[in-house]
Design a protein around this ligand. Structure first.
Ligand SMILES: [Zn+2]
Length: 298
C-alpha cells in the first residue's frame, strides 16, 4: 500500500490573487475529501505574511491541511545551497548566476547562518499559525550539508526536495518536449535517511507547472504511469504542485488530481494523506529503510 501526498509549494508568496486561488483550491480538495501539505514561505521576499495569506493559511490549517516550512524568504533560488537539478532544467541560467555570485553566496552555507534562518521561520509559524513545523523543503531544491546539520539541531527530522523524475518540465521551450517517463537512479525511489540522519521524502514528479495545461491529457497520462510504477517501489509518493502552477490552469490542476485519485484506486488499496500525518504516525520514519547517497559537494 502506498500513501500519496499532494504537496503545494510557495504558499505565502504572490499577493492577493495567489492567496485567493489557493483558498479556492483548498476548498476544492476538501470537496474531494483530500488535504494537502502546503509548503509555506514564512517571510516572503523578506516581508511579513500578508493578512490575506494569513487568513488562507489559518483556514487551511483549521480544515485539516498540513502546513510546513519552505525556506525563510525564498528571496532567490540559492537560499540554502547551490542550484540543483531539476531547478536548473526549469531555469538553466541558475548555473551561471550562481557562478557569478559564488563568493557572495558560499558564506551563506554555514550551520549557524542556516540555523538562524530556519529558527526565524519556526518562530513565525508558532506566532502566526500556532504550528510547530516538522518538515522542511528548501526553495528550488537548493540544499547543503550545513542545512541538514542545522535542521537536525533544531529537531526538524524530515526534508523533501529531491526528485525521482523531472519529466514534468519537459514541456518548457528549452527542453525536448518528450513526456515519456524518465526516472533518475541517483537517489532511492522511497524515503531514505540522509545527511545528519534527516529523512528525505523524495518528490515523484510535478504535472502542473506553468504551461502544462496546454498538454493536459499527456500530463495526466504521465501521472498515471508514474503512479503505477511508484506503488511497486515505495510506500510513500509525494507529488509536487506550485500555487502559481495551479493558478496558471486551475481546471488542469483539478483534472490531474481527479485522474490520479481514480487511477490509484484501480491500482489497489492506496490512500491520500499529508506529510504531517505520515510523520505524526511514524509511517514516514518507518518507510525510510535505506540510506541516501553522499552526493552533496557543499
Ligand atoms: Zn518554492
Amino acid at each position: 500500500m502506498t500513501d500519496f501526498v499532494w504537496s503545494i509549494d510557495d504558499a505565502g508568496t504572490g499577493g492577493e490573487a495567489a492567496a485567493a486561488v489557493s483558498r479556492r483550491f483548498a476548498r476544492w480538495l476538501e470537496s474531494r475529501s483530500l488535504r494537502a501539505t502546503w509548503l509555506v514561505v514564512p517571510k516572503p521576499g523578506g516581508q511579513p505574511l500578508s493578512a490575506e495569506w494569513l487568513d488562507v493559511l489559518r483556514e487551511a490549517r483549521d480544515a485539516g491541511h498540513d502546513l510546513q516550512l519552505h525556506g525563510l524568504t525564498h528571496g532567490d533560488c540559492f537560499e540554502f545551497g547551490p542550484p540543483a537539478w531539476p531547478a536548473t532544467a526549469i531555469r538553466p541560467a541558475f548555473v551561471e548566476e550562481f557562478a557569478q555570485r559564488r563568493e557572495e553566496l558560499l558564506p551563506r552555507y554555514s550551520v549557524d547562518n542556516l540555523r538562524a534562518r530556519i529558527e526565524e521561520g519556526m518562530e513565525i509559524f508558532q506566532r502566526e499559525l500556532a504550528i510547530e513545523p516538522v518538515l522542511f523543503r528548501a526553495p528550488c531544491g537548493a540544499i547543503s550539508q550545513a542545512m541538514f546539520a542545522a535542521l537536525a539541531e533544531l529537531g526538524i527530522g524530515y526534508h523533501s526536495c529531491q526528485y525521482i523524475s523531472a519529466t514534468g518540465y519537459e514541456h518548457l521551450p528549452h527542453n525536448r518536449g518528450d513526456l515519456t517517463p524518465v526516472w533518475t537512479d541517483a537517489i532511492p525511489h522511497r524515503p531514505y535517511r540522509w545527511y545528519a540522519d534527516v529523512i528525505e521524502a523524495p518528490i515523484l514528479n510535478e504535472y502542473t507547472w506553468r504551461g502544462a495545461g496546454a498538454r493536459s491529457a499527456e500530463f495526466i497520462e504521465l501521472a498515471r504511469q508514474d503512479a503505477a510504477r511508484i506503488v511497486t517501489e515505495s510506500p510513500v509518493a509525494v507529488i509536487l504542485m506550485h500555487t502559481h502552477g495551479i493558478a496558471d490552469d486551475f481546471g488542469h490542476a483539478c483534472r490531474l488530481v481527479d485522474a490520479v485519485v481514480e487511477h490509484t484506486a484501480s491500482l489497489g488499496d492506496h490512500t491520500f494523506t499529508t506529510l504531517g500525518q505520515l510523520i505524526a504516525s511514524g509511517a514516514l520514519a518507518a518507510a525510510a529503510t535505506v540510506s541516501g547517497p553522499d552526493s552533496l559537494e557543499i
